[in-house]
Design a protein around this ligand. Sequence first.
Ligand SMILES: NC(=O)c1ccc[n+]([C@@H]2O[C@H](COP(=O)([O-])OP(=O)(O)OC[C@H]3O[C@@H](n4cnc5c(N)ncnc54)[C@H](OP(=O)(O)O)[C@@H]3O)[C@@H](O)[C@H]2O)c1
Length: 333
Amino acid sequence: MKAFVIERYSKQEPLRLVDVPEPTLGEQDVLVQIHAASINPLDLKIRSGALKRILPLRLPLVLGNDFAGVVTRVGAKVQRFKPGDEVYARTDTRRIGTFAEFIAVAESNLALKPVSLSMEEAASIPLVGLTAWQALLETGQLRKGQKVFIHAGSGGVGTLAIQLAKHLGAYVATTTSSTNVALVKSLGADLVIDYKKDDFSKTLRDYDLVLHSLGDEELAQSVSVLRPGGQLITLSGPPDPEFARNAGMPKLLQLIVGLLSRKIRKRAAQRQVSYAFLFMRGSGEQLATLTELIDSGVIRPVIDKIFSFEATDEALAYVDSGRAKGKVVVRVL
Ligand SMILES: NC(=O)c1ccc[n+]([C@@H]2O[C@H](COP(=O)([O-])OP(=O)(O)OC[C@H]3O[C@@H](n4cnc5c(N)ncnc54)[C@H](OP(=O)(O)O)[C@@H]3O)[C@@H](O)[C@H]2O)c1
């Protein structure tokens, strides 16, 4: 089958389109013919080697973390899926490879695709949808009436997180640039701050939760937005010791990881704010709940551009520009 691979870590080097063997199927795996895959900044971080310590992967490697497609074969112990089913998933973190014609994915990561979405729309959901779910519901335990500040509301994560937070009954503030104000309002944002004109840390106070997905400066400023007892959840800041422990890192690495986040944890503690780094994971169960929310019209995908499979490198470069409005998808079939 055709697949886009990286042979060594590099920030710039194009992916190579090569022929690789079709994936082998474990007893609890499902073989899926991929129709569409989405691009995530995670692909860029994996390609550059930025994550090689916390997420060691063997090279050469087929890149790509989520997809939508059709089941072609199932392993002997698979119970919930059969050939012909239209499905979507975020793969297991250590078994990625969705910029390809086929993938073998654990049944536990898979869910039926929303019937109301095209393959391209469905492929845009899993990684960012599950990230929003795990940040707001699992880690954040966001409740009705609470105030949440979602950084970068027009991004892949932001567009899904705004809609989910509104569904949970929260008051939502977000940042974006002026061209995307109408978009984030249409998703339900109550308060929109144009980050090019205004400083969010001067406007927002007493928030229950901040979902951070930008740089160190925005991370440090986020602390002052929260009430004592509030939560700062980061997707792109330094990992915390609990994450390192749960990830089973060796003791020395746990120590190093702890040092990386020492400054922000200290700053958060001074304001009695909790700090957590989230590294999302695949979950077919949570994705099935998102399928219901999508098919009932509560959540909709936001797609900026769809590229052909051959143009996967251009799609990556577009996401790398940092200007995507919602998601960027590659049509594989
Ligand atoms: N830890 C995890 O499990 C996890 C999961 C998902 C994502 N992430 C990370 O979270 C980050 C965001 O991911 P994503 O998929 O949402 O990225 P993305 O879609 O590429 O984000 C692009 C958006 O960010 C906005 N933006 C850029 N700078 C901004 C700023 N200073 N203030 C407000 N908005 C700004 C842009 O809006 P304008 O064009 O208007 O500037 C654009 O719409 C990435 O670092 C990603 O790796 C981590």
